[in-house]
Ligand binder design. Sequence first.
Ligand SMILES: [Ca+2]
Ligand SMILES: [Ca+2]
Ligand SMILES: [Ca+2]
Ligand SMILES: [Ca+2]
Length: 343
Amino acid sequence: MKQILILAAAAMVVAAGAQPSNDGVAITSKYPGALIAAQSNYTGFGDNFSELNTLWGFRTLSTLYLGVAGNLEGNFNNLHIYIDSIPGGGNPFFLNQGCLNCSVVGMSGVVWDSGFTPDYVLSISHGGGVYYVDLIDITTDTSCYQGEGYTDSFSGLLFGGSDCATSGLLVAFNNTNSMGITSDSNNLGDPFTCSTGFDIQIPISAIAATGPIKAAALITGGANLGDLCGSNSLPLGTYVSNQMLPAMNSGNPGSHYNNLAWSHCPDALGGANGIEFTQATGDQCADVVWLGDVNGDWCVDDADLAIVLENFGTDDEQADVNGDGIVDDTDLAIVLSSFGVGC
Ligand SMILES: [Ca+2]
Ligand SMILES: [Ca+2]
Ligand SMILES: [Ca+2]
Ligand SMILES: [Ca+2]
C-alpha cells in the first residue's frame, strides 16, 4: 500500500512542487501551508494606501518564496523585508552606506527580538507606479540595486538593475487592494480578504542560507539622518509605521500600536534611544516554512514521510502539510518533492 501511494504521489510531484506564480495576485491561496503572520493592528499609514495584511513564505533548496498581501503608497514609502538566513548578523545592526538606502540605514541601532539577527534586507520603494528594489547585505554593509518594476503589470521582472543584481530575483507588485484591514482601531476588518500585493522570489545563493530562515516585513516612510531627536542627540532615523508582520501586537490583538515614529528617538515603544521591538507584544520575526518538514527538525526525510503515511486520510494537523484539512496525496507529494532538503 505504501509503495502504491508513493508511486502515485511521485507522479504528482511536478504539480505539487510547482512554484507560485510571480504576479502579485491570489496571494492568500498560492502559498498553501506557508502562512507566517496575519495583521492584527490597524494601519496608521492609510487604509488601502499602506497596509500589511498577511505574510507567507517558504524555502526550497534553491529559492526563498515570499508573499506579502497589502498596499504600499506611491509617495516613496518603503517595504522592508528583514531576512535572518545565517548565524550571526545584526541585532542591532549598523549600516554606514550613506543615503543609498536611507530608510534601511536609518534602522541602524534598532533592537530586534531575541534570536532575530537579520543578515539581509530586501527594500522596495514605491514612487507613483514604479517600484525600486535593493538587496542590502548587512554583514558587508553593501547594497545592490536589483532594478525597477511597474505596479499592476503582473510581472515580477525587474529592469535596469546594477551589474551586481541577482539573476532570478523577482518582485511583482499589484497595488489594487481595497479590502483587508482598515485604519480604524475599533474595527480592524479581515486581513485575509486582501489577496493582492507582493510576490517575491530570492535565490537562496543570494542570502547564503544554509538552514532555517526567519523574516519580518515592515512599512516605513522616509528617513531623516540630518536633524536630531533632541533629548538623545541622535539623528531622527527612519519614520516607522505600525504596519509590521508579524504584527506589533501579536499575542495581544486587543491592544493597538500607533506609528512608532522616528526610529532613533525616545519613547517610540519605551526605549530611550529609539525602537526596541523587545518592548512590543509578541515576536516581530517568524520562521519561514520549510515545506515537507512535518516534524520540524529542518530536514525532510523518511520520518516526515512516515508521519504523512500514518495519518493518511485523516485531518491530522501536523501531517496536513498544505493545511487544506485532509492528509492526502497532495501532502505526500510535497514531502517527496522536498525529500532530502536540509538533511
Ligand atoms: Ca543572522
Ligand atoms: Ca484595507
Ligand atoms: Ca523533518
Ligand atoms: Ca492536505
